[in-house]
Design a protein around this ligand. Structure first.
Ligand SMILES: Nc1ncnc2c1ncn2[C@@H]1O[C@H](COP(=O)(O)OP(=O)(O)OP(=O)(O)O)[C@@H](O)[C@H]1O
Length: 257
């Protein structure tokens, strides 16, 4: 059967390893350091964390893919690697266009007003100044930050974490992304905003992009994604239709492990 789907992300046997200073065997106390210097032994104070272990999958245009798994299973790490922010130790990641990572940590400037951050964020995403001017109000309205006062003219440092996350989401979601990576963004904000942002994810998906969503809210994943990847201890345990994967994951999460 001919496959006419367009691949947007190909992850081929990817391993990601963090190296942490000061966590190695042999200790990092003054005595062990002195011993090492005296014996000229190489420093052992680097510990490796093998966060993603041989993960492979292909994502296609028009798909919304959920990423689930226990705490520390490697979901955020994999997303950051797809965004090009972390190098793969082994294996390869191919992407169509530059994926945009929309995380709760997306960089905005705390000292600047929400409105100025909208302008900065849009320019950074490659929009023209005219386009930015035309869409600034729409972004602020979508974020809802002005619903309880003129917060858009206040510095971001005056925002609650939910308000800041909503503004970040509104900025990133205004643009059509070939590959949009969302890390827990939908978990922030209140129920009304969550419903709005879930709708926006559906729209982005309809515009033929690929959306990845990392969330601990299985409800969000169920409502937004038709395919789900389940990571456990860095290993891809299951990749398939959301309903099937969630059923297996729920069984795993409630069983005695
Ligand atoms: N900057 C870092 N340096 C060292 N180790 C890290 C770093 N970030 C994550 N890790 C480790 O990598 C592993 C995977 O972490 P990651 O944050 O990707 O998991 P996650 O599935 O997103 O977790 P959660 O559901 O808790 O957000 C964990 O063992 C974590 O301790």
């Amino acid at each position: 059967m001919a496959d006419d789907r367009v691949p947007t992300v190909v992850v081929d046997d990817v391993h990601i390893v963090y190296r942490v200073l000061g966590g190695g065997a042999g200790g990092s106390s003054a005595l062990s350091t002195l011993k090492r210097i005296a014996t000229r032994a190489p420093s052992t104070a680097i510990r490796e964390v093998h966060a993603v272990k041989g993960v492979s999958f292909t994502a296609y245009q028009g798909e919304a893919i959920g990423l689930i798994g226990s705490n520390g299973s490697g979901k955020s790490t994999l997303l950051r690697a797809v965004a090009g922010l972390l190098p793969a130790e082994r294996g390869r990641i191919y992407t169509r266009g530059q994926p945009s990572l929309l995380g709760v940590n997306a960089a905005l400037m705390n000292d600047l007003s929400g409105e100025r951050n909208v302008v900065l964020g849009c320019l950074a995403m490659g929009m023209s100044p005219a386009e930015v001017r035309a869409r600034t109000q729409e972004i602020i309205d979508f974020s809802g930050i002005d619903e309880r006062g003129a917060f858009s003219s206040l510095p971001m440092s005056a925002y609650s974490s939910g308000m800041a996350a909503r503004l970040r989401f509104a900025i990133a979601a205004v643009k059509k992304h070939e590959v949009l990576l969302i890390d827990e963004a939908l978990a922030t904000g209140d129920a009304t905003f969550r419903a709005k942002s879930e709708n926006r994810v559906r729209e982005l998906r309809a515009q033929a992009g690929t959306v990845f969503l990392v969330s601990h809210s299985l409800e969000s994943i169920r409502d937004t994604c038709d395919r789900t990847l389940w990571l456990e201890a860095g290993v891809l345990r299951m990749d398939g239709p959301t309903d099937e994967v969630l059923r297996a994951y729920e069984g795993f999460a409630t069983s005695d492990r």
